[in-house]
Design a binder for this molecule. Structure first.
Ligand SMILES: [Zn+2]
Length: 1067
């Protein structure tokens, strides 16, 4: 998924906070046996679901869902674990208290006569049990627990928790993660949506295999009215069964009086009805107005991460891959789309049509299933045996050409890069196609040329623009869904607008291999999907569309990832998650941007040509169709190294701990010493953790600093390390082109030498290195390592700077400070900051033109410079923008403002009451989606508080301004002085309605929290924010983004308090 609704870098820095797992006792994912074995006291023997002995570690774990398939060779571990589980359980069940509010299930279990094999296995078990009993006898029971041995008075272990189903019976499962005794094999789904009444009925036939003996089937289901349920075991007759439901965990279960046996196959058939969702997930309804102003309705899906269960009952975890056969009924004037090509259409007696899609030939996770019922139109193209189509509402069909062309080129690139053709190809297709081919050849050879395509069932890659869509895009296998703004551009759109579309398509297409073909086992390793897709999005664009100049954006994105990861509330790339909110919160800048950053660092530091690509190919081939964890990727990259470079050793330090290092450089004679420490921003000044990273430090110096050959590498694994450098070397720049995920402090002398070099000639360093120095000095100022005076010293070189990335980074940092001062009402300092910015960047601002500009990089530079200039009321800027707006209005839609200038023009226009109204009416009629969004940002930048309040309310209501745009409205409002307190009031007053639309933990909520709080810097504001969020309890108080907000306010306060006098002195 691409959660960011645009490519703008301020989206990259989404909030994130550490959630303590307060639900640990109740919903264990990984629980220590001795402590929590009582969670299953009522079953005489634990299911293997509940106990897994993990041979790689010395710990004994009980898992809600083991990470490993329990294959034949793991049976021994499993068996010993089962027995161990029993012994632990029996011992601890003595401590049960009767005070639990939950009741427990009675133990149903019977023994069957053992086979010879079982006997042998049992003997083995007994040996293991005997040895383990001895170990247990000599070791205290708490040896294996996380908490270690407790004091004698802390005896009562956690109570077993079997919740009560809606019908009053005990629900036979007590964890968030499903048991793995039953695996889905295939789903046969029939859906009948009624778009008029916003309801649907469904029938799910789920074929399953029994992996381990069990007397229950537990799966996910949310808010269905289940009307009929039947069960069929092997060749037996189907019989009706009772379905138990436990709503808080969105689970249903069927209990059996006798065990289903390992190796058996069974079928559960559920018929149900439900409402189409009114939010942006599950099977949801959406609408748009056609060109005649008539409302048209449609239904679409968004399942990632946990919403497939809202459309059909299923085993809704990425690990449970299965095949899918989908049928959807529709009115004759509608069309349907799903992951696979359509197989046939039949007329139903009620006048409806039913489309049936090919069964997926590959196993697929539930979050990748998708279907759409709409009246879209499309354009198509055949790319190396794959039919690529782009769908949109009929009015916007002409805006699909660029996406079609881009997707086709990128698909070809990925086919070659991964050496695996677009993977949604089925074995059956070849057979079918072959049969079809021979029939044609035999009887209708004349048809072969024109009909070959329709006869050969080709894999499909559909890209669909959905009018109501919250995320940027979603990589559903074969049916990728987008926001209109991330897929549709007109022919005359600027290359900057095309860059957005191309990079989102590149991201989603990369997922078709990374994520869809090979999928993370669980959401803790979401970065394997998202970090990789994000990295590939930049890498593929650099190769396929160099003219789109994606490098500047990728660099900015890496800086924003560092911003977030510097906070104590950040988290490791690979982090344990359990609750739905925690899963939602994984869709953040750490999984995406830090994930991409460390892959870039890795690729840049590998010793062999093509090692990265070879490792990726090896990984995709080895795990094709399966699930993986982070180690699997590192192992594949290690295996392909002919020089035995241990990738796991290096990379695990970057994925298993949060944060990143600060590398400090000191030189004495010909010796350079590098020291690493955790770059941790904390308001308490307690910056020391013992974290160490395996850092591939790169450096260049004054003798050779630009070409890649100049780069030298020093691996810093320990706290400090030294290398030699001739004393004649004048300066040293570390982290060549900022490909490493760390910050460098050069010390007073080092900084002075670099500044000296830059002030003589800016071109002694690459533009990425210059931007990196600017970013580093501001970051060090936040850490308290350098003074504000040092920032200004470095920026003295900027008069000669003309490149995009250093200028935009410097302006972004200065604007952030300016906004903090503005909100603190330090009017004098704000005025001096304005003078400072105009003095340093004024001449570059004046050099910008207002005509069409071809170069993306120049467009990026120009839009940032002019937006800053106009926001500071630089005279000629506002005049130019107003004039352009006037021409635009008078042209009646025939003239177009260059895409990169639209934002500044609309923002300036929105500052006058009259033009604000004009802009609003234009917004209502605009057809170019990217333009429309810029109009909205313009509207929200008004300083008229009545307009601000109107916009916030309209966004929540969702008719004139779509609710999907509310996060954008809020973030824009919060940048201005007039509205930021209104926005804060607004989210407090409307919190419950907000989380109805944007689930707790979702990226939209993360973004809203960050927008409204990131510019607070006083104690009173801190108290208010703390008070509000802690009052929310389960409605959001536990979010990482709340922790991050609180930390940010404290850090803002500290920075302003510490730097006010310096600002007064130096600005
Ligand atoms: Zn993604």
């Amino acid at each position: 998924m691409d959660p960011f609704d645009s490519n703008s870098t301020d989206q990259a820095n989404l909030p994130r906070n550490m959630i303590e797992n307060s639900m640990f006792e109740e919903e264990p994912d990984v629980v220590d046996l001795a402590r929590d074995s009582t969670a299953f006291p009522t079953f005489p023997a634990l299911d293997p679901d509940e106990v897994v002995y993990e041979p790689r570690s010395s710990r004994l774990l009980v898992r809600g869902l083991g990470e490993n398939d329990m294959d034949e060779d793991e049976e021994d571990y499993e068996s010993s674990a089962r027995l161990l589980g029993m012994s632990f359980m029996n011992r601890s069940s003595a401590h049960r208290s009767n005070s639990s509010p939950y009741t427990r299930q009675a133990p149903p279990r019977s023994c069957s006569r053992p086979s010879a094999r079982t006997m042998v296995v049992c003997v083995l078990f007994l040996v293991i049990v005997a040895s383990m009993t001895m170990v247990l006898y000599f070791l205290p029971g708490c040896t294996f627990t996380k908490t270690g041995c407790r004091k004698p008075n802390q005896t009562a272990p956690i109570e077993p928790v079997y919740p009560v189903s809606t019908n009053g019976e005990l629900f036979p499962w007590a964890q968030l993660r499903l048991p793995q005794s039953i695996r889905p094999v295939g789903y046969d789904l029939t859906l009948n949506p009624d778009l008029e009444n916003m309801t649907f009925t469904g029938r799910a036939v789920i074929n399953m295999s029994v992996r381990h003996d069990t007397n229950r089937i537990v799966l996910h289901s949310a808010n269905f009215n289940i009307t009929k349920a039947s069960f069929k075991l092997g060749d037996e007759k189907a019989r009706d069964v009772t379905v138990l439901e436990y709503k808080p965990r969105q689970q249903i279960a069927v209990k059996f009086s006798e065990d289903l046996k390992a190796g058996q196959f069974c079928v559960l058939t559920l018929e149900y009805s439900a409402n189409l969702s009114h939010t942006y997930d599950g099977f949801y309804n959406s609408s748009y107005s056609d060109k005649n102003g008539k409302k048209r309705v449609l239904a679409a899906t968004q399942f990632e991460p946990l919403s497939a269960r809202k459309a059909f009952p299923c085993f809704d975890e990425p690990f449970f891959k299965a095949t899918f056969l989908i049928r959807i009924s529709r009115k004759p004037n509608y069309m349907t789309l799903s992951n696979m090509p359509k197989a046939k259409t039949t007329s139903l007696p009620n006048g409806l049509m039913q489309d049936e899609f090919e069964k997926t030939g590959v196993n697929m996770s539930t979050y990748l299933v998708a279907f759409i019922v709409a009246d879209f139109s499309s354009t198509s193209k055949n790319v190396s045996e794959t039919v690529v189509s782009v769908y949109s509402v009929p009015e916007k069909k002409e805006h699909t050409d660029y996406a079609l062309d881009t997707a086709s080129k990128l698909l070809e690139f990925y086919n070659n890069f991964f050496e695996i053709n677009y993977p949604l190809k089925k074995l059956g297709e070849y057979t079918q196609a072959l049969a079809c081919y021979f029939i044609l050849l035999q009887f209708f050879p004349f048809l072969l040329s024109s009909h070959t395509l329709s006869c050969f069932v080709s894999p499909l890659s559909d890209l669909v623009a959905i009018p109501d869509f919250l995320a940027g895009a979603m990589e559903n296998w074969g049916l990728i869904t987008f926001r209109e703004t991330t897929l549709l551009v007109g022919k005359q759109s600027s290359s900057l607008e095309k860059q957005v579309v191309a990079s989102v398509i590149a991201h989603e297409l990369a997922h078709q291999w990374f994520g869809n073909l090979v999928t993370m086992r669980w959401w803790n390793d979401l970065w394997l999907n998202e970090g990789f897709a994000t990295y590939m999005q930049y890498m593929s664009l650099q190769t396929v569309f160099p003219e789109l100049d994606i490098g500047n954006l990728f660099l900015a994105v890496r800086f924003r990832a560092l911003d977030k990861d510097a906070l104590n509330s950040s988290h490791a790339v690979s982090t344990e998650v359990n609750t739905p909110e925690q899963v939602e919160e994984m869709f953040d800048s750490v999984s995406y941007e830090k994930g991409a950053s460390i892959l870039l660092m890795l690729n840049a530091s590998l010793l062999e040509e093509q090692q990265f690509r070879k490792g990726i190919i090896q990984y995709l081939k080895q795990f094709s169709g399966l699930n993986t964890g982070t180690d699997d990727l590192w192992n594949s990259l290690t295996q392909v190294s002919t020089q035995h470079q241990n990738v796991s050793e290096m990379m695990s330090s970057w994925t298993s701990q949060k944060g990143f290092p600060l590398v400090t450089v000191s030189r004495k004679g010909d010796e350079v010493t590098l020291t690493q420490e955790h770059f941790l921003l904390t308001s308490e000044n307690a910056t020391h953790t013992s974290s160490l990273w395996n850092i591939p430090v790169t450096y260049v110096n004054d003798s050779c600093s630009l070409a890649p050959e100049c780069r030298q590498v020093f691996t810093l694994k320990t706290k400090s390390g030294t290398f030699k450098l001739p004393e004649s070397v004048k300066w040293l720049k570390l982290n060549y082109r900022n490909t490493g995920f760390y910050i460098v402090d050069y010390g007073d002398e080092g900084w002075a030498a670099l500044l000296d070099a830059l002030s003589h000639n800016v071109s002694v360093l690459t533009h990425e290195d210059r931007a990196s120095l600017i970013y580093n000095v501001f970051a060090l100022s936040r850490l308290g390592r350098v003074s504000f005076h040092q920032i200004l010293n470095l920026l003295n070189y900027i008069f000669n700077e003309t490149e995009t990335s250093p200028v935009t980074e410097a302006l972004l940092q200065l604007n952030n400070i300016n906004q903090l001062l503005d909100k603190r009402q330090e009017h004098g300092l704000v005025a001096r900051m304005k003078t400072y910015i105009l003095h340093h960047f004024g001449s570059l601002m004046d050099k910008q033109t207002w005509e069409e500009e071809k170069s993306v990089s120049k467009q990026e530079l120009r839009s940032v410079l002019l937006e800053t200039a106009c926001s500071l009321n630089k005279e000629n800027c506002s005049q130019q923008a107003k004039a352009l707006f006037k021409q635009y209005v008078e042209s009646n839609g025939t003239m177009r403002i260059p895409g990169d200038l639209q934002q500044v023009v609309f923002t300036v226009a929105a500052q006058s009451a009259e033009d604000w109204s004009t802009l609003l009416s234009m917004y209502g009629h605009a057809t170019y989606d990217s333009e429309k969004r810029k109009m909205l940002r313009g509207l929200a930048s008004t300083q008229d508080t009545r307009h601000i309040v109107w916009l916030l309310k309209a966004g929540l209501k969702g008719d004139l301004i779509q609710t999907q745009e509310l996060p954008l409205v809020i973030s824009t409002v919060c940048k201005g002085f007039a509205g930021y307190l209104f926005a804060w009031d607004f989210i407090q007053e409307n919190w419950d309605r907000l989380i109805e639309k944007f689930p707790v933990g979702s990226f939209a909520i993360q973004s809203i929290i960050k927008s409204v709080t990131s510019q607070f810097s006083t104690q009173a504001q801190l108290n208010q924010v703390q008070g509000f969020f802690s009052s929310l309890k389960e409605r959001g108080s536990q979010m990482r983004s709340v922790q991050e907000a609180l930390e940010t306010i404290k850090l803002n306060k500290r920075w302003v308090d510490n730097n006010l006098s310096a600002l007064q002195k130096w600005l």
